[in-house]
Structures are given as structure tokens and as C-alpha cells.
Design a protein around this ligand. Structure first.
Ligand code: SAH
Length: 396
């Protein structure tokens, strides 16, 4: 096996069990290793620290499969790791009954570059690193065995694959997708999931708990849901007895899916729902000009900052929508504001929202600090895994 030799002193993050080896930390590659091949990661004086997947094209030159230098990286390894991740979800009382659940959350489940989401009988995988790509067959086989799913659909069409020198890939890698539209029940609501054409793997499972919180907070309130996608927050607000729910998204197909979702849940009062195809930045200004007011506003925008390099531009965009959101609330109103930008940390996000409240001239307090659901764990050694953060702030 080839050995990736680190520069002196560059073993520190690995000793803290962080699984990435950056190109700048590597002194030499001793032996031959192609993209995805397993290498031993060694200190400058030759001590083996970890077994990792090599990624010659990436700034993250290697991703650790195991900190046990004896472990063999083979089919049995992936079978074990996948089965453990699936079993952890099955053992969690809040996740066990869910039809839509993230089964593998990359680094935080010890499988860098591997995402797997279950939607009822179908599992969707996304492989974003050279190592994950190389072990596709083993990972898919292990998922089939651990879940008994009827199909595994691959959605490795995320841009980050480009950084690893990998082309986009999508399609069925096991079984066949059911003919009829795929739906899941999430906290009592039936929601369609388009695993082929939807965002990410088809749905935003990470917001499950926060959608449920919205349901609890929505009773009797006038709700505005910005960036509504297929209507998850909107429908939970209706289920919670919202007086009215206005939902905005710039994507016509997402809004069409949202309206189909509303129709799939006949217990909800469709007369209380309004849908608007618009740019949220514009729409918030129009709503203010129209003199509209709300009691609960959800802001769940797309990723404005994929990395820290974009943080400043992203901060301006977050500030803008949060400021406009605060201004549209009546006293006692609640702003539920999210950021899924890896490049904007929890502290910075709170500062941005606080600045927006000051500029909007409102007094606000944090009622809830929000994050992704428990099927998106954050490895303590991998704080980068904490991408989704949110604040529920009440004004007045
Ligand atoms: N809250 C959703 C997920 C939101 S994803 C859920 O719980 O499922 C972000 C959404 O923002 C996408 O649907 C995308 O179409 C929409 N979007 C992106 N930029 C936008 C903009 N400038 N104005 C309005 N919608 C936008």
C-alpha cells in the first residue's frame, strides 16, 4: 500500500481525529495511488496514523476511512460501517418511525463523501469524494442489505464532485424506482419526493424537527414562508392551525409540487394557503409596500456561502432578508431564520440576525436555537458538519 507522508507537525489535526488531509500538509507520496485508492497516512518519522482514501485532484488530498492502522478497507468494512449507521437511526426513538431519514451523513458517520437518504422503499445515495466513488458497489450493496430497499438511486450530481475531478453521475444503481410518485409521511403529512429531479437527494430532511416546531408555533398566526420549496414548512403551519400561510419560491416546479402536496393532505384547509412565484428579495419589499404584516415568518434560503470565502457576500444577503423579515412582523411575531451555509458559522449568523433586528428597530429575543435533525449528526471532531443553523426570534 502506498504511504502518504505528512510534513513535520502536520499530524496534529489527525491526532484530534479530524478526517481530512490537506494538500499543503503532505510532504510526499511514497508509492503509487490512483484516485480513491487506500493509502496509509504517516507522520514525518513514519508512524502510521490512519487509513485513508487518496484524492490526487483535490485540495483535500486524503479522507480517513479509519484511525485504526490495522483495519482492512474492503467490502466487509463498508458493510459494517453502513450497517452501524443504519442501526443508529433505527435505535433512535424519534427517527425509528420516520419514512424519510438520512441513513449516512458523511464524515459524521465515519464515511467521508457518502450521503444516503431513505424515502420509504427507496434509498438515494450521493458520493462526493474519490474514495466514496471507488467503493460505490460495496456501499450500494451494503445499503441494500441493511435496509431491504427496492431501489437505490444515485444522485452524485452535486458540484462538489468537480473539486475531486469526478464527473456528475445520476441513475438507478440497484432495482427500479416505483412507477407512481414517491411519497413519505413526515410528522403526519404526506409529502412527495422527486428523487430524480428534486433538490439534493429530493427533499430537505434536515429541517424535519424545525418544520414540526413551526407547526407548534403556528396556531392562529398569519404565516409567511419564504423559500418554501415543496411546501414542508407551509403544510406544517396549516396543520398547526395557522390563520393564513403565504409561501414564496422562485421555482415554478417547486411551487407546483407544493400545491400537489397540499392536495395530498385533504385534512388541511387549502383556502388558507396562498402561493407566490417570486424572488424573495423582491417579494419582501413588495409585501412591505403593500402594508402586509405577519406573526410568523420562516426564512430558509439556499446556501449563500458554500465556503468561508463567500461569507461576506452571504452576510449581506442574510442581513437583507432578516431585516426585511423583522419589519414585516407585528409585535409578538416570530422570525424563524436559517442558514445552511458551511461558510457562515453559528456565531456569525447570530451577529447578522442581531444586526438586522437593530436596523429594523425591533427588540428581539432568541426563543429557540435550531439545527439539523438527529439523523444529521455532527462528529465532535468534524465541526464542519454543522452546516445548518437557525434562530427563532420573537420581537416586541
Ligand atoms: N424550506 C424548504 C427548503 C428550501 S430550499 C423545505 O423545508 O423543504 C431553498 C429554496 O429556495 C428552493 O426551493 C429554491 O427554489 C428557492 N430559491 C432560491 N433562490 C431564491 C430566491 N432568490 N427567491 C425565491 N426563492 C428562491
Amino acid at each position: 500500500m502506498a504511504r502518504l507522508i505528512l510534513k513535520p507537525g502536520k499530524e496534529r489535526s489527525l491526532l484530534r481525529r479530524h478526517p481530512w488531509v490537506f494538500a499543503g500538509s503532505v510532504a510526499a507520496l511514497d508509492g503509487r495511488a490512483r484516485a480513491g485508492d487506500t493509502v496509509d497516512v504517516c507522520t514525518a518519522d513514519g508512524r502510521v496514523l490512519a487509513r485513508a482514501a487518496c484524492s490526487p485532484a483535490s485540495q483535500i488530498r486524503a479522507r480517513v476511512w479509519s484511525f485504526d492502522p490495522e483495519v482492512v478497507i474492503d467490502h466487509a468494512f463498508f458493510k459494517r460501517k453502513v450497517a452501524e449507521a443504519v442501526a443508529r437511526r433505527a435505535a433512535h426513538p424519534l427517527l425509528a418511525g420516520q419514512e424519510g431519514v438520512r441513513l449516512i451523513h458523511g464524515e459524521s458517520d465515519g464515511l467521508p463523501g457518502v450521503i444516503a437518504d431513505r424515502y420509504g422503499p427507496v434509498v438515494v445515495v450521493q458520493l462526493t469524494s474519490a474514495g466514496a466513488d471507488k467503493w460505490r458497489e460495496a456501499i450500494v450493496g451494503a445499503l441494500v442489505q441493511a435496509t431491504g430497499c427496492v431501489a437505490v438511486y444515485e444522485r452524485s450530481d452535486s458540484e462538489v464532485r468537480g473539486l475531486e475531478g469526478l464527473p456528475p453521475v445520476a441513475g438507478c444503481v440497484f432495482g427500479e424506482l416505483p412507477e407512481e410518485p414517491l411519497t413519505i409521511v413526515e410528522n403526519g403529512l404526506t409529502l412527495e419526493v422527486d428523487v430524480v429531479g428534486g433538490h439534493k437527494t429530493g427533499f430537505y430532511l434536515d429541517q424535519r424537527d424545525n418544520r414540526l416546531l413551526t407547526r407548534h408555533l403556528a396556531a392562529g398566526r398569519r404565516v409567511l414562508n419564504c423559500f418554501c420549496y415543496t411546501g414542508g414548512f407551509s403544510l406544517q403551519a396549516l396543520a398547526g392551525g395557522a390563520a393564513e400561510v403565504l409561501s414564496i419560491d422562485s421555482s415554478a416546479p417547486a411551487l407546483a409540487a407544493a400545491q400537489r402536496n397540499l392536495a395530498r393532505n385533504p385534512a388541511l384547509d387549502a383556502a388558507r394557503a396562498q402561493w407566490r412565484e417570486d424572488d424573495v428579495f423582491q417579494a419582501l419589499r413588495s409585501l412591505r409596500a403593500e402594508g402586509r404584516k405577519f406573526d410568523l415568518i420562516v426564512l430558509d434560503p439556499p446556501k449563500f456561502a458554500p465556503s468561508a470565502a463567500y461569507a461576506e457576500r452571504a452576510a449581506r444577503a442574510y442581513k437583507d432578508i432578516n431585516l426585511l423579515g423583522f419589519r414585516l412582523l407585528d409585535p409578538g411575531g416570530i422570525l424563524m431564520s436559517y442558514s445552511c451555509s458551511g461558510g457562515v458559522g453559528v456565531e456569525l449568523f447570530q451577529k447578522i440576525v442581531a444586526g438586522a433586528a437593530v436596523d429594523a428597530g425591533v427588540d428581539a429575543r432568541i426563543l429557540h436555537r435550531l439545527s439539523a435533525a438527529a439523523d444529521h449528526p455532527v462528529g465532535l471532531a468534524v465541526p464542519e458538519g454543522e452546516y445548518l443553523k437557525g434562530l427563532a426570534c420573537q420581537i416586541g
